[in-house]
Design a protein around this ligand. Structure first.
Ligand code: AMP
Length: 249
């Protein structure tokens, strides 16, 4: 595990002729993250994972404070998966100029998760650009669970002529259908069972209004249910936890 940008850049230089796969994460790893790692291991010589809970993408202090962290468990999972390199910097290492410079999308970052989370995607795009510049991977892996994020990153890389392939990976779900998420750790087993109906309502053959009504009746606070790019996207609040998901329609 390395925490400094300098030593990571030196390591990148040493491995310049290797095919590097990068899997950026915020830790509290689960099988969703591990599926990205397995895909990277199949398609690259070296797999790098980053763990960094990025404060600039949190628009609520409490959300950042309560975000699950378990570095020891993460390390054990990464060792077991034979990940080659873990980059786990702190804020000062990744933001030497604090948040003076940022990457903004003026269009797609304003809808869906961007509409009620001002600045969220600026934070995401800024930190991903930093990670890509430091690690210089051939391929970088992102989950379709965060589909809007994947599209924004793919577009940013093209807009800035960055030499990296952005690879989407399918959403991994619990047996109940609930999309795996680090935030699920904040729910009790009973709450997880209730939360699993989010996915089933989202993929039901019903109108958006009907889905919203059903979710509200079940005690969820709906942020949005919307359709874009042949997908139905949803975000809800339940037991003080924000859950997102999307399905093909
Ligand atoms: P996070 O740690 O939540 O920022 O996620 C790191 C990466 O893992 C992102 O590219 C996510 O889209 C991806 N990811 C998170 N949960 C899942 C999941 N259930 N299935 C597939 N990918 C996921």
């Amino acid at each position: 595990m390395t925490t400094t940008v300098n030593s990571t850049q030196k390591w990148t230089q040493l491995n310049i002729d290797q095919k590097i796969g990068l899997v950026p994460t915020m830790g509290a790893l689960h099988q969703g993250h591990m599926s990205l790692i397995h895909q990277s291991k199949k398609e690259n010589d070296i797999t790098v994972v980053s763990i960094f809970v990025n404060p600039t993408q949190f628009n609520k202090k409490q959300d950042l404070k309560s975000y699950p962290k378990d570095l020891e468990r993460d390390l054990a999972l990464l060792c077991k998966a034979k990940v080659d390199y873990l980059f786990a910097p702190d804020y000062d290492a990744l933001y030497p100029y604090n948040y003076r410079y940022k990457v903004s999308d003026c269009k797609m970052a304003k809808i869906l998760c961007g509409a009620n989370r001002p600045g969220h995607f600026d934070g995401v795009l800024s930190v991903v650009m930093k990670l890509l510049n430091i690690i210089k991977p051939t391929n970088a892996y992102f989950g379709e669970k965060d589909y809007q994020q994947y599209i924004l990153i793919k577009d940013m890389v093209q807009a800035f002529f960055m030499d990296v392939n952005i690879i989407p990976c399918p959403t991994v779900r619990e047996v109940s259908g609930l999309a795996m998420s680090s935030r699920n750790l904040l729910l009790t087993p009973e709450q997880l069972e209730v939360a699993s109906s989010f996915y089933h309502h989202l993929k039901a053959d019903a109108s958006i209004e009907e889905i919203k009504t059903k979710l509200t009746e079940q005690g969820f606070v709906v942020d949005y249910i919307e359709e874009h790019f042949g997908r139905r996207f949803g975000a809800i609040h339940y037991a003080n936890v924000r859950l997102i998901d999307n399905v093909e329609v």
